[in-house]
Design a protein around this ligand. Structure first.
Ligand code: PMP
Length: 281
């Protein structure tokens, strides 16, 4: 495997991560996962914009320009001959003697490498079950931080019970999943939590909203309660790896008629169509 380390692509064996890297000690850094279809990064510009935004919010200056980062990531795809999967990239604040506060001069550490996975077709076709849990995370979920402890705990809880995802509830309202955004459909109107500090504004979420606009399908960026979720006609979750994933059960309660919803399936096919005809930016 070839890995990007700041501005250089090296063999995996030659990557050196210092034990005093603040990413290792504090989770002091940010990340992205971009999907690769047929050797092309999907929505790479959007992922880079979000990466820079997260970096700015925690006060790290990336060691390269957005365009350099873009071409470096494209090189990682080429050098690894990656056709299907993703690229993980993360940046930590860098190496320093361990203390909470930091000097501004630390050199950030950027790495990017391929992830090998394919579309979860079976689950997309058959639908999945999810759990719910109190959203005990901090109030800056808009930052794609390396600190994922509660997300991990709740994803593992779902996994251990044979569910696909855990959906968070904050102050009675559905926010998002541990690694997905949540949508519900009631009487043909689609709702999803607004993109504020309590969710990550998913690239897939934004793409779905864009597709809804294009198709003149009504939607609102408005939060809803767990009860409204349970009473929905259709529920689906979105993410880079899941795309548009139908949810058939929430906490063991069946949603709608218990089958992947018609509008959900239509949105997934619009999404698949979009991958094949990416917009020129
Ligand atoms: N919310 C959280 C907490 C996530 O980790 C993710 C996955 N990055 C998402 C939503 C979905 O975002 P995207 O569509 O950009 O993958």
């Amino acid at each position: 495997m070839r890995v990007l380390v700041n501005n250089e692509i090296v063999h995996r064996e030659d990557v050196r991560i210092d034990f005093e890297d603040r990413g290792y000690q504090f989770g002091d850094g940010i990340y992205e996962v971009v999907r690769v279809y047929e050797g092309e990064a999907y929505e790479l510009n959007e992922h880079i914009h979000r990466f820079y935004r997260s970096a700015k919010e925690i006060g790290i200056t990336p060691p390269q320009s957005k365009n350099e980062m873009k071409s470096n990531i494209e090189d990682v795809i080429t050098e690894n001959k990656l056709l299907e999967g993703g690229i993980y990239f993360q940046m930590t604040r860098g190496v320093a003697p361990r203390k909470h506060q930091y000097e501004k001069e630390i050199e950030p550490k950027l790495i990017a490498y391929p992830l090998y996975f394919t579309r979860p077709e079976k689950q997309q076709n058959e639908g999945v079950s999810v759990l719910t849990a109190d959203d005990l995370r901090w109030h800056r979920c808009d930052i794609k931080s390396l600190n994922l402890l509660y997300n991990i705990m709740m994803k593992q809880k779902a996994h251990d019970s044979g569910s696909f995802e855990t959906i968070f509830i904050r102050d009675e309202l559905v926010t998002e999943g541990t690694s997905t955004n949540v949508f519900m459909i009631k009487d043909n109107v689609i709702s999803t939590h607004p993109a504020d500090n309590n969710i990550l504004n998913g690239i897939t979420r934004m793409k779905v909203l864009h597709l809804l606009n294009e198709e003149h399908i009504p939607y609102e960026e408005k939060s809803f309660t767990k009860q409204e979720l349970l009473d929905a006609d259709e529920v689906f979750i979105t993410s880079t790896t899941s795309e548009v994933m139908p949810v058939l059960k929430v906490d063991e309660q069946v949603i709608g008629n218990g089958l992947p919803g018609i509008l959900t399936k239509r949105l997934h096919s619009l999404f698949l169509h979009d991958i094949k005809s990416p917009e020129i930016v």
